[in-house]
Design a protein around this ligand. Sequence first.
Ligand SMILES: O=P(O)(O)OC[C@H]1O[C@H](OP(=O)(O)OP(=O)(O)O)[C@H](O)[C@@H]1O
Ligand SMILES: O=c1[nH]c(=O)c2nc[nH]c2[nH]1
Length: 193
Amino acid sequence: MQELEERIQSEGTVKEGNVLKVDAFLNHQCDVRLFDRMGAAWAEHFAGKKIDKILTIEASGIGIACVAAQHFGNVPVVFAKKAQSINLDGDQYVTSVYSFTKQKEFPVIVSKKYLNAGEHVLLIDDFLANGKALHGLIGLCREAGASVTGIGIAVEKGFQGGGDALRAEGYDIDSLAIVDAMDPATGEITFRH
Ligand SMILES: O=P(O)(O)OC[C@H]1O[C@H](OP(=O)(O)OP(=O)(O)O)[C@H](O)[C@@H]1O
Ligand SMILES: O=c1[nH]c(=O)c2nc[nH]c2[nH]1
């Protein structure tokens, strides 16, 4: 998606440790008009596919998924929570995911009420790096007996390999920008086309 690549080039910064900082528009301050066009792009890619629900993960996927849902007939958006809460009751699907930016393992929890056998689920997230978050969400869907119809990602860091491993497993991943290389010394960012 050319607009997203241009925003990354003009407003993104490359940090040490394979971190691309795009918090001016994607995952701290949120450009909701950009999110809307990202939703439209995913809707075009997944046109004709049955999607009952969007599943994402706290925190940064939530806003993007909610805006995107408007392009999928306003299907419900469920986000996996990364902490137990007194507001979480009943039976739960629980797994554990290593957080790329927080550098620690979190429980990842979805109430059994909100993920059901036979549902067709679209996974959406802001970033795909090593694939840990997506593997967690896929595991929750598998446990629930729901199927993963596709995966919509804003920014994939292709050089970290998580996306290509999931494609090799057969998942249909629509990443709107794929960074193939980035250099913290020069700030140079190269995209895969
Ligand atoms: O492919 P991976 O290696 O799993 O990296 C991608 C994940 O990393 C970030 O989550 P993180 O927990 O770092 O931050 P967040 O709480 O802002 O979503 C991002 O939002 C993705 O969920
Ligand atoms: O803001 C972010 N920048 C990144 O490079 C990244 N990788 C995973 N999650 C991420 N979030």
